[in-house]
Each structure stands twice: as C-alpha cells, then as structure tokens.
Write a protein that binds this ligand. Structure first.
Ligand code: 6PG
Length: 467
C-alpha cells in the first residue's frame, strides 16, 4: 500500500494527468488495459514517482485507503467495463473518479450503482487538452461533497492556478461536474465558430491576408477579447504548410469534426426548453461544413446576383468586427450560463455560477479575460436571470450592437453566412423585447387544434371559435 492515487487509461490525457500528479509529489500507480501504453509512459519518466502495474488487482492493492482511482478512459462502454473490473477489488469508502467527457446522465447512473455498494463516485470534467492535463487543467468535480473533500488535496494541486486560486471547486451533486463540462464544450463550439466568422469577414470583406489577420488577432488578444482561443487562432494563422509554403489554414479541408459533447449540450437544452440558439447554430455549422461535396455542387447552381460592393474603411470595420465578436461571445456565454442556471433549478443542484466562471479562467479551452467580468456579475447578483442584463454587459452590448448589426448586414448582403453572429443578434433582439409575435402562434394553435391561449388583460385559459 504505497501509492496515493491510481490512474487508469494511459492515452495522452491519462499519461499527462499521471505525470502532473507525480510532479506535484503524489505517488501514482498507473494501469492500462494494453501493456504498450504503460510501457510508453514508463519510458518517458524521468524519475517521477509513477509505478506501473500490469494486473488490475495488484494496481488496486498498491493504493492506500481509501483508494482513489482516476479514470482517463474513452467515454462510453469502456468506463462501465473498467468499473466492472475494479469493483471486485474495492472496499467501501474507496473512490472512483471519471475524468473523461462522459455524458452526465451516464455519470448519474454509475454514481447511483456504486453508492449502493458504498463506493464513492465523482464525475470530473477536465478541460485544457494535453498541455493542460500536464501543466494544470480546469477541473469540474461533481458527486458527494464529502467524497470530493477526500480528493480535493490532490485535485486542487494538479489544477491550473489563477492568482493563487486553483481552477477546481466542488460544483454539485451526481453528474453536475460532467454537465458543466458538457456545456463548457457547447460554449467552446460557439466561441470557435464566432472567431471563424470574424476571420471570414476580415478575409472576404476586407480582403486582408492571413498574416494581417494574425496581427489583428494578436492585437485583440491584448484587450477585452483576450482569450486562449483568440491567442491560438493568431498562431494558427501564422503557420505555414511544410509541403507548399502556403498558410497551413489554406490547405486544411473545410469539414469540421466533432466528438459529441456540443451535440449533447443542444439536446439537453432542447429537451428542457432552454434557448441556446448560438451554441446549436455552431453545431449545425459543423454539420453543414461536412457536406463538402454537396456544397461544391450547389455553388454552381445557387448563384448570388451581382451586387454593388461598398468600399469599406478597413480600420473602422476591423473595429466593428472586434465589437461584433465580443458581443457574439457575450451572447454565447449568456446562453451557456442560462443553461447552467435553468438546469440547476430543474434538478435542485444549486450550481455556483460565480465559481464556474472563476474556474474557467485558467486551464480550460474557453479561458478568457472576460470570465472575470462574468464572475463579478454573479457575485453582485447571484440570482441574475441572464448575463445580458448584468450592468456591465448591458451597457457594453447596448453600445456594441450597431457594430454587430453592420457586420451581419454586410455578410447577408454579400451572401456570406454568419450563423453564430446572426444568431447572437437574433438572441439579443428576441430577449430584449417585452412583446413577441408568439400571439400569432398561439392564435394559430388555437385555430387548428383548439390548444387554447391566455390573454394580456384577463387571467385564465381561452378558446375562440375561429370560423
Ligand atoms: C477541452 C476540450 C476537449 C475536446 C473535446 C471537444 O475542454 O479540453 O473541450 O474536451 O477538445 O473533445 O472536441 P470536439 O470538437 O471533437 O467535439
């Protein structure tokens, strides 16, 4: 019984988490179902305190009690089979942590099954990619609080640190941690798509070359747009292709992949009546992108008529695009945080919105300067209905809306699609109107289906004989 923690699953993420733990002074037992990955990790070690095991029983027996076992295994059935193979060797009070991108409902099922055996189970969202796993990711734990407390000394140590605070706090019961990671990824999809649209405007409307756009992104990264995704996009734009010497971005095929977490975010939102149009548009943008052959064929059929193009003043429009991107981001994060708030209320989770914003400031893919403003908004108003109406953002986006309108209109008039920028504007305009056109829908529903409607001037439910 020598090791303080065990890691199962030694792909890049699992190996780096194990190395991170070892670098922070933990004695780490590692195990992988196939020997090759264990051997690869062992060959990379420079005297870190990592002990490889090739039998699961020996691995488990090497851990001090209560045993803490961290799974970095591909989400899905593999997690269930690892748990099944572990359980015969575990005792009450032992703890399994799932650090993969599991669906939060699977986590809740596993949590309940293991709790009935006295075994603690934490669903832990981890963000930061392979570098983050090694140097400090953002960590989103969910499960029983007292179980989390036993793992907190290790988790907070391996997490990213911002101003001395770990990007890891207890977030809520059962699947709450994996739910928060899932929506994090939905926000990530929207943020990435918004950046892609800003790039498109600069390239196609302002005719800037890739290096000029990289410089603009670098400049934006000095201000209120400062974020990891803006920073890496500038670096991506500067990268040249070894084979052709062209900007690498110009030889990368325009078909986006996805592993499912953004889709889960939209499904959960739709199932629960949560308006996350920008996040969902970013998912659909990936789907449409993957219809490459059809799009190429359609380009020859669906022509845009000749329209007189206005000469746009570069410097003025670069700043419009900056403001439009900032406002789009605010709207997308507002949708993600609304999803946290509404789901928290539905499930009685009491999710700490301020802390979620704080732990997103370091380590994770959506880390951004303006998360400080988001956390402050929830600190001042813990029950804030929507980030759009927090004093800081309300003033900012009221000011920036004309830039977003101009950018979206220019795109529409030039036949360029801006799914997330336009969804942001639509969300803003729908949310800020006290009166909508849903009265027409209600009348139509009542007309053809006697579905009834309510009135402004009287309470109760009404039906009209329309014909
Ligand atoms: C992170 C990332 C990470 C990964 C996802 C999304 O926070 O570290 O979100 O979890 O990049 O798998 O990937 P897809 O774009 O393939 O869905």
């Amino acid at each position: 019984m020598v090791n303080t923690i065990g890691v199962i699953g030694l792909g890049v993420m699992g190996s780096n988490i194990a190395l991170n733990m070892a670098n922070k002074g933990e004695k780490v037992a590692v195990y992988n179902y196939t020997r090759d990955l264990t051997d690869r990790l062992v060959s990379k070690m420079n005297g870190e305190t990592i002990q490889p095991y090739y039998e699961i029983e020996e691995f488990v027996q090497s851990l001090e009690s209560p045993r803490k076992i961290f799974l970095m295994v591909t989400a899905g059935k593999a997690i269930d089979s690892v748990i099944e193979s572990l359980v015969p060797f575990l005792e009450a009070e032992d703890i399994i942590m799932d650090g993969g991108n599991s669906h939060f409902e699977d986590t809740e099922r596993r949590y309940t099954e293991l709790k009935s055996k006295g075994i603690g189970y934490l669903g832990i969202g981890i963000s930061g990619g392979e570098v983050g796993a090694l140097t400090g990711p953002s960590i989103m734990p969910g499960g029983d609080k007292e179980v989390y407390e036993k793992t907190a000394p290790i988790l907070t140590k391996i997490a990213a640190q911002v101003n001395g605070d770990p990007c890891c706090v207890y977030l809520g019961p059962k699947g709450a941690g994996h739910f928060i990671k899932m929506v994090h990824n939905g926000i990530e999809y929207a943020d990435m798509q918004l950046i892609a649209e800003a790039y498109t405007f600069l390239r196609e409307k302002l005719h800037l070359d890739v290096d000029e756009i990289a410089d603009i992104f670098d400049t934006w990264n000095q201000g209120e747009l400062k974020s990891y995704l803006i920073e890496i996009t500038a670096e991506i734009l500067r990268k040249k292709d070894d084979m052709t010497g062209l900007p690498l971005i110009d030889v990368i095929l325009d078909k986006a992949g996805q592993k499912g977490t953004g889709k889960w975010t939209s499904i959960q939102a739709i199932d629960n009546g949560i308006p996350t149009s920008i996040i969902t548009e970013s998912l659909f943008a990936r789907y449409i992108s993957s219809l490459k052959e059809e799009r190429v064929m359609a380009e020859g059929i669906l022509k845009m008529p000749e329209v007189e193009q206005q000469n746009l003043d570069k410097n003025v429009w670069i700043d419009y695009v900056r403001q439009a991107l900032y406002m789009g981001k605010v709207c997308a994060y507002a949708q993600g945080f609304t999803q946290y708030k509404m789901t928290s209320e539905l499930n009685g989770w009491d999710l700490p919105l301020k802390e979620i914003a704080l732990i997103f400031r370091g380590g994770c893919i959506i880390r951004a300067e303006f998360l400080n403003v988001i956390s402050k908004a929830y600190e001042e108003q813990p029950d804030l209905a929507n980030l759009l109406i927090s004093p800081y953002f309300a003033e900012k986006i009221t000011d920036y809306q004309m830039a977003l309108r101009k950018v979206v209109c220019e795109g529409i008039n030039s036949g360029i699609s801006f799914p997330c920028l336009s969804a942001s504007l639509t969300y803003f305009d729908s949310y800020r109107k006290g009166i909508s056109n849903a009265n027409i829908l209600q009348a139509q529903r009542d007309y053809f289906g006697a579905h009834t409607y309510e009135r402004h001037d009287q309470s109760g439910v009404f039906h009209t004989n329309w014909q």
